[in-house]
Structures are given as C-alpha cells and as structure tokens.
Design a protein around this ligand. Structure first.
Ligand SMILES: [Zn+2]
Length: 115
C-alpha cells in the first residue's frame, strides 16, 4: 500500500489542500483532521513537507502570526496560480469521476484482487 500512497493518494491530498485553501486560510492541524475525516491516515511528517512543496510551486502562500511565538501557526492561502490549478483539477476530477465511477461496470467480475 506504500506505492498507492506515494503514486496516487499524495495527489488526492494535494487536491484536498487546494480545495480547502480556496475556501479560506488553512493550517496543518486543520488539514490533518480533515484528511483523517476522509479516512486518510496521514502524518504531520507527510503533510507539512507537502504544504511546503505546494508553497514552493507557487500554489500557496503562507503567513505566521508574528506574536505567536516559536510554535506560531502557519496559515496557508491559495495564490492566483493555485486558483488556476484548482480550476483545471476540478474539471479533470469531474472527467475522471464520470469515466471511472459513473461509467464503471456495475459488477466486480472485471476487477482483479488488489493484492
Ligand atoms: Zn476535504
């Protein structure tokens, strides 16, 4: 299942981050709780580097409360580029969902065991 996380779920988590950052500022603990609510068991050691990477790519920008001290919370928001990326992703997720979920055969006879 490690390959599944690295190859596919990591991208899903980024989509969640884009989606929630578009609704307002997010912070690490919020995203950890949110992803767990969706059934993803993700650790801070995975999430925080992911947020930093998305910021380096120019999709997020962050601020830290200057009075928050050493453990001040970092809030992330979407940049203009992040908004554009989210728009593309929304279209592509819709397209993917239509094909992979809605048009998928009802039975499971075509599906091989994942193991
Ligand atoms: Zn979510």
């Amino acid at each position: 299942m490690k390959a599944l996380r690295r190859e596919i779920l990591l991208a899903f988590w980024k989509v969640h981050v884009l989606h929630h950052a578009a609704e307002g500022p997010i912070h690490g603990q919020f995203m950890l709780d949110e992803l767990r609510r969706h059934g993803y068991d993700i650790s801070p050691g995975t999430l925080y580097p992911l947020l930093h990477r998305m910021e380096r790519m120019g999709w997020l920008w962050s601020t830290v409360d200057p009075y928050g001290g050493k453990r001040a919370r970092r809030d992330y928001r979407l940049t203009e580029e992040g908004i554009q990326v989210l728009k593309v992703v929304q279209e592509q997720v819709g397209e993917l969902y239509r094909e992979v979920v809605l048009e998928a055969p009802a039975g499971e006879e075509n599906v091989q065991s994942a193991e």
